[in-house]
Design a protein around this ligand. Structure first.
Ligand SMILES: Nc1ncnc2c1ncn2[C@@H]1O[C@H](COP(=O)(O)OP(=O)(O)OP(=O)(O)O)[C@@H](O)[C@H]1O
Length: 226
């Protein structure tokens, strides 16, 4: 199948009948109906990602909201060029992108399933982020659901926020947690962690970062008035 035929199949077979909704901007979007022949392989807070039974090399990332993000993500892929740790863009539609499929499990899923994450995976992702910086991008929103592991190597699955002015701390905090908590405990005794506990940690982390940000803003406000 060529890209044009795939795009046609996506527009006629998937997008016309697909039902996805974004109810809470801080929670993954909800997939209500997927037409036959297509499978949802992942959801984020903005988009859901689908594979087609007749063409396994590519995926369709369909946005449920913030459609201006599509152009930004397409631009980031153009700026990134080809790199083994990233997907790449094949086509940009009005509400969707066609991307190279990455294989494996997100780090979030590996922890859920109790699969060991080797140091090499973390190093591959670090190198991929250094590469992105060299191409003039700022790696942002790199967290456990946006990075993948396949056959012991690391991949970055979502680059949609790399255009932003400032990097955030998510990846740095994840590496810290990997070295301080994961390596000494879960790596040695890889037990499956329920989604409920992982979601609790995710929400607690969000609240912690929000608290830190407010504290900082408060302090800055105080110094300005001194
Ligand atoms: N190129 C790809 N190949 C395979 N799976 C993918 C690909 N892109 C995304 N996925 C899967 O779909 C999920 C959601 O995609 P993605 O993280 O890009 O969505 P998003 O809404 O932009 O995320 P976020 O909420 O972090 O902004 C990923 O966690 C991953 O499981």
């Amino acid at each position: 199948m060529n890209v044009e035929a795939f795009v046609q199949a996506a527009e006629e077979g998937l997008l016309r009948h697909l039902k996805i909704e974004s109810e809470d901007p801080y929670e993954p979007i909800e997939v209500k109906h997927v037409p036959a022949g297509w499978t949802c392989i992942g959801v984020g807070n903005y988009a859901a990602v689908f594979t087609y039974h007749a063409e396994k090399r590519w995926v369709v990332k369909v946005y449920a909201r913030d459609y201006e993000g599509i152009e930004q993500e397409a631009q980031v892929y153009k700026q990134l060029g080809q790199h083994p740790a990233y997907s790449h863009l094949l086509h940009r539609g009005n509400t969707y992108l066609v991307l190279k499929r990455l294989h494996g499990l997100t780090l979030y899923e590996t922890i859920h399933r109790g699969v060991r994450i080797p140091e090499q995976v973390i190093q591959d992702i670090e190198e991929a982020l250094v590469y992105a910086r060299k191409r003039g991008l700022r790696p942002c929103d790199v967290h456990g659901k946006n990075v993948m592991m396949h056959e012991g190597r690391g991949y970055v699955v979502d680059v949609s926020d790399f255009y932003k002015e400032q990097e955030d701390r998510k990846w740095r905090d994840l590496v810290k947690a990997y070295r301080l908590i994961y390596k000494p405990f879960l790596y040695k005794y890889p037990i499956p962690v329920p989604y409920a506990l992982l979601d609790f940690v995710r929400r607690a982390y969000r609240l912690y970062r929000k608290g830190r940000k407010q504290k900082l803003l408060h302090r800055e406000g105080k110094t300005k008035h001194m």
